[in-house]
Design a binder for this molecule. Structure first.
Ligand SMILES: [Mg+2]
Length: 194
């Protein structure tokens, strides 16, 4: 049987606005207008769609794991209203400088660590070479490249500032840089038809 393929999506700045720092309340969660269409297209192309998000606000005592789950409930609901399906959500509540136990440690789950990737691979056993990572931060690119995925940087969220100001310092380079999540999905579709 043919192995499945997967697209890993960062959350804040990639799927939704990331204007006001930590999102700890469903009311502060707002999808980008194009995210539903982008994810529906991935669903139709047969990709597993995973969200992988660093949420160190838990370790930093800014919000709790339950708050993240409420935000994800809203994300799933809002995407569902557009017909878009997220197959699984992985989040990392860790940060070594945090105050809240047991999350105040350096943990492999925190991107660019590969903990969330490994969990997804174990659970879904997809074809790494046919899979992608899409995100707006350098940590997303490092995560994608270290995992062996094709890494796409979007210029929404933190992306534009990071790319134009910091890219010369980057040891890992994105395979592609595109405007937003929908452009990334159109690119994936184009690469598939080659
Ligand atoms: Mg982000």
């Amino acid at each position: 049987m043919d192995f499945k393929k997967a697209v890993f999506l960062d959350r804040d700045g990639t799927i939704n606005f990331d204007e006001n720092g930590y999102i700890n309340n469903p009311d502060d969660f707002q999808l980008f207008s194009f995210s539903g269409e982008a994810i529906v297209t991935l669903n139709e192309m047969g990709y597993l769609v995973f969200v992988v998000t660093n949420q160190s606000g838990v370790a930093r005592n800014l919000y709790k794991v339950e708050d993240i789950e409420l935000v994800h409930k809203k994300m799933t609901k809002n995407l569902g209203e557009k017909g878009a399906i997220i197959d699984d959500i992985f989040f990392s509540p860790y940060h070594k400088k945090g105050a809240v136990e047991p999350y105040n440690i350096d943990h492999e789950d925190r991107k660019p660590g590969l903990g969330m990737f490994k969990k997804a691979l174990k659970k879904y056993n997809f074809n790494i070479k046919k899979s992608f990572m899409i995100g707006d931060r350098y940590a997303d690119i490092v995560f994608g490249k270290k995992a062996g995925l094709t890494a796409i940087l979007v210029l929404t969220g933190n992306g534009e500032r990071a790319f134009y100001k910091k890219r010369k310092e980057w040891e890992y380079k994105p395979d592609f840089v595109v405007r937003n999540l929908l452009s990334a999905v159109k690119l994936i579709s184009k690469l598939e038809s080659k």
